[in-house]
Structure formats: structure tokens, C-alpha cells
Design a binder for this molecule. Structure first.
Ligand SMILES: [Zn+2]
Length: 246
């Protein structure tokens, strides 16, 4: 195996390992749709529950308002016997009127909050019933995925072993270079050399698929014949070439 072949294999193993690790931390494709539906319904249920809480708090606030204003009303009514003149009397009556209005307002608020609470509660019961079916389906798929996980984890472990072997075959400076380039390009250190589409018959021309910069024929010869590590002159990715199957 040439150096560049080893690097191509190594890159491949890293990419596969990345995919396996991502999968292990997330949800497989076949579960994605149900996972999203499950999440959306759960969010909806949480929102309704929050609305119920809010209505309940509003109701408690309004009821406390009723109690407070009733206290004030009682206080004013007790003062009636102590007024000394008509002016004080009518002022007191005005206050009493105002407080009675306030009580009515709070009572109306409490009633509305109660109705809101009941409406939302009915909606919540309905949603929860529908959710129960979804949840059991979700749990089933989750169990199925949990059962598959060890296989994916074992595959990842195998890839780690393969990476270690492949890395051991590379001269340290080249491995170091590979790692640096891989880091710079978000995990993918390689770029394929491709033939440029030519119009008519001309000289064969090559370019880097990573950045489209030209690749000189002698670089391609180095890669194909000697398996050397050649960097793209422009983007500095490691170039590789896939021989035509045909
Ligand atoms: Zn390039």
C-alpha cells in the first residue's frame, strides 16, 4: 500500500467513525420523523400545561384581589357610623362604590381565568390521550434503536482500531501533516484530482476538486506512480486520484 493509499483509507475510516459517533449521540434516520413528531407534540403539551399554570395563577391573583377589596369594603362600611357630615358621608359612599366595582372586576377576572383553565385542561386531556399512542410507538422504536446501538458502537471501536493501524503505517511527519490539514478542513484532509472537461481534443488538464485550482501533470504522475503525498498548490489539501474503473 502506498502512502497516499494509506491516507485515503485513513480519511475514509475517520469519516465513517465520525458518522458512527454522531449517530450514537443522536437518532437514526429511520426514527427521525417520529422523533420530530414526538418532540413537537411534547412541546405542545408542555405549552398547554404552562397555559393552565398561568390561568391558575391569574385566578389566584384575582381571588386574592376579591378578598383584599372585600376587606376594604368592610372597613369602609364600618366607618359609615362615624361620619360627621354630609361631605364625609358622600365621599365614603363614593369609596364604597368604587370598591364594589373593583370587587366585580376581580370576580369577572377570576371567572374568566377559571374558564380558561378549564378549556385548556380539556385540551390537555385530549392531547395526552392522543400522545399516549404516539409515546408507546416512540418507546418501541427507541428500544429498537437501543438494541442496535451496541453494533454501531462495536463498528466505531473497530474503526478506531483500524485508524490506529493505518496511522502506524504513516511516517510521523506525514501523519502530523495529515492531522493538521484535516483539522483545517473540518475533518476532510483530501481532495480528489479530476480531469477538466475539455472542449474538443486538447491536452489533458487536471484540477483539484476541493478548490478547482489546476494540478500539474507531474504532480499527478507523482501521486499515481509513486503514491506520494502531494498538496494542492492553492488550498493545500492532500491530493488523491481515483483510477477509472473502466
Ligand atoms: Zn485545492
Amino acid at each position: 500500500m502506498t502512502t497516499i493509499e494509506t491516507i485515503v483509507d485513513l480519511q475514509h475510516a475517520y469519516t465513517e467513525l465520525g458518522a458512527a459517533e454522531e449517530l450514537l449521540q443522536g437518532i437514526p434516520d429511520w426514527m427521525q420523523e417520529l422523533h420530530e413528531e414526538y418532540g413537537a407534540r411534547r412541546t405542545e403539551i408542555e405549552a398547554i400545561a404552562a397555559a393552565i399554570e398561568l390561568a391558575a395563577a391569574e385566578r389566584r391573583g384575582a381571588e386574592a384581589g376579591v378578598a383584599d377589596t372585600q376587606e376594604r369594603l368592610k372597613h369602609y362600611q364600618e366607618q359609615i357610623g362615624q361620619v360627621r357630615n354630609q361631605r364625609e358621608y358622600s365621599a365614603l359612599l363614593q369609596e364604597i362604590d368604587l370598591v364594589k366595582q373593583q370587587i366585580l372586576g376581580f370576580e369577572e377576572q377570576a371567572l374568566q381565568a377559571l374558564e380558561q383553565q378549564e378549556t385548556e385542561q380539556a385540551r390537555l386531556d385530549e392531547e395526552r390521550q392522543a400522545f399516549a399512542e404516539l409515546e408507546s410507538r416512540y418507546q418501541q422504536e427507541l428500544e429498537k434503536w437501543e438494541a442496535q446501538k451496541p453494533e454501531v458502537a462495536a463498528g466505531a471501536e473497530k474503526l478506531r482500531g483500524r485508524i490506529e493501524v493505518l496511522e502506524g503505517r504513516l511516517p510521523p511527519p506525514i501523519l502530523h501533516q495529515f492531522r493538521l490539514i484535516r483539522e483545517r478542513f473540518d475533518g476532510v484532509a483530501l481532495a480528489e484530482v479530476r480531469e477538466l472537461q475539455r472542449v474538443g481534443k486538447g491536452r489533458q488538464m487536471w484540477h483539484c476538486s476541493g478548490c478547482n485550482y489546476r494540478v500539474l501533470p507531474q504532480s499527478l504522475v507523482e501521486i499515481r506512480n509513486n503514491g506520494s503525498v502531494v498538496l494542492c498548490d492553492s488550498c493545500k489539501r492532500i491530493l488523491y486520484y481515483v483510477e477509472d474503473a473502466g
